[in-house]
Design a protein. Sequence first.
Length: 232
Amino acid sequence: MTDRGIALIIVVLFTAFLCALGFGLILAVFMDRLATGNFSGSVAMLYATDAGIELAARDLAETPDWDAVLSGSTLSSFTDGAPTGVRPLPGGGVVDLGVATNMLNCGRANCTETQMDANSRARPWGANNSRWRLYAYGPLDQLAPLSRPEPCYLAVWIADDGREEDGDPASDAAVDEAGHGIVRVHAETFGTSGARRAIEAELKRSCRGAAVGACLPGIRVQSWQELRQAIP
């Protein structure tokens, strides 16, 4: 082999090496931007979910009769139709509101009263088990005029405090009884590619100040917990 042939082989190998290095750098930059975008989107969905808790607290503070909320006859100011049926997700895909509600109530697509009253680790109160009712729901871009809203669907459920002993999860406990003026709130956002973020909180009716001979209604957040999605 002549020197000219050896030089050609070296040039070809060196060119291939540079191409591989260039493709590697492009892939690394692409994956970094993809990871950064996913992280930013996940954080935005968490903020949107927390906004659902705040929305429920505001509307509950302005609702004198929580029995109507717990029975499902009174909904939030933020809805996009009947509290059931399939909704398209802004980023693609759908969410079935009825199935999502049943999954909270019994872990199945369809629930019976017996299944909802069954004792489990997550629902150990029997007849006092929470009955989750869809309260606020709709695409995030309909909740507030955001310049760049995250493409996700927000849903908020309300349920009675499971520690009550009245055996009626569709109504609040009587005054001076355990659990009076306390509800549970489950907020969840559904995003693209199956992304979900969920928060559960416990809200209590309270006084935020004294008016003339009356109590100005307010809400106190007694607990707040982000729920992690189980990995199958």
